[in-house]
Ligand binder design. Structure first.
Ligand SMILES: Nc1ncnc2c1ncn2[C@@H]1O[C@H](COP(=O)(O)OP(=O)(O)OP(=O)(O)O)[C@@H](O)[C@H]1O
Ligand SMILES: [Mg+2]
Length: 276
């Protein structure tokens, strides 16, 4: 498979007051081109540290990270790597630079030195991708949380990244806003073959991803398909995670003595129950 990002034995420690705090430890992970990968783990397990390693916002203390052949520790590559790997954080307010939406979206490409015509095309395209075309002349402050987050995603997309990382980008949104962002991410992955890395606390958002990586205390404790990962109930529990809704019900039915296979979605659950 075609690897776009490779993490080799990477560790990050933070210095906090007098203490050394583990960010991530001895991480080995390959991300393949076009993949949709979810990263899960409880608060403080190292997810954001890992996300920052992937786009050279952070360089590992030991080990290395290679993005499309470029070592992230080589500062000559930082700019290229950051335009290749776009990172959207939890709080959209910290990510806006201009007052008017379309100016905000043009800012990144302008910094990349892209021509005006191309910028205009990109701004039109990203506005339509996130469903915000009619709002292009509005000010960013007056938007709802979901709209702001979609503008933040659009701003990253305007840089034309090959990899999109959403670091709990849906955490502050209502269910509808979350669904909008997830639909956008799925569409980019399917239609544009964009590599997507989704960091989330919502297990139900991960049931149809290609691969789930679970972090616990800075280490990878699972790295497999959603079904294989959620079947490892002991690992999921010790990592402080929950199960997707349908999986939780299937597990409870098993505990109650019913022989139901482990499933991920409500439809699969309904089918399994019908066959009892
Ligand atoms: N700048 C920093 N200075 C000191 N410690 C840090 C810093 N950033 C992260 N840490 C610590 O490193 C560990 C991993 O943090 P990280 O933010 O990567 O976790 P996370 O999985 O993203 O957590 P959350 O779910 O809360 O976003 C935590 O113990 C955290 O307190
Ligand atoms: Mg985080």
């Amino acid at each position: 498979m075609d690897t776009i990002i490779q993490i080799k034995d990477a560790s990050v420690n933070y210095q906090s007051d007098d203490q050394i705090v583990r960010g991530v430890s001895a991480i080995n992970l390959d991300i393949h081109r076009g993949e949709f990968v979810a990263i899960l783990g409880r608060n403080g397990s190292g997810k954001s540290t890992l996300a920052k390693l992937l786009n050279a916002s952070l360089v590992p203390d030991t080990g290395e990270v290679i993005v499309d052949g470029m070592l992230t520790s080589n500062e000559d590559h930082s700019f290229n790597i950051r335009s290749k790997v776009g990172l959207v954080f939890q709080n959209p307010d910290n990510q806006m630079v201009a007052t008017i939406i379309e100016d905000d979206l043009a800012f990144g490409p302008e910094n990349l030195g892209i021509e005006r015509d191309e910028i205009r095309k990109r701004v039109d395209w990203v506005l339509s991708v996130v469903g915000m075309t009619e709002h292009r002349l509005r000010t960013t402050q007056k938007l709802s949380g979901g709209q702001k987050q979609r503008v933040a995603i659009a701003a990253v997309l305007a840089m034309s990244p090959e990899v999109l990382i959403l670091d709990e980008a849906t955490a502050m949104l209502d269910p509808r806003g979350r669904a909008e962002v997830m639909d956008t991410a799925r569409k980019l992955n399917k239609e544009k073959k964009m590599t997507v890395i989704l960091i989330t606390h919502y297990m139900d958002e991960t049931v149809d991803v290609d691969r789930i990586v679970v972090l616990n205390n800075g280490s990878i404790v699972a790295n497999d398909t959603p079904l294989n990962v959620f079947k490892e109930t002991a690992i999921i529990k010790s990592a402080g995670l929950e199960f997707p809704h349908a999986t939780e019900v299937a597990l409870k039915l098993n505990e109650a003595g019913l022989n139901v296979p482990i499933v991920l979605t409500d439809i699969e659950l309904a089918e399994a129950v019908c066959q009892l």
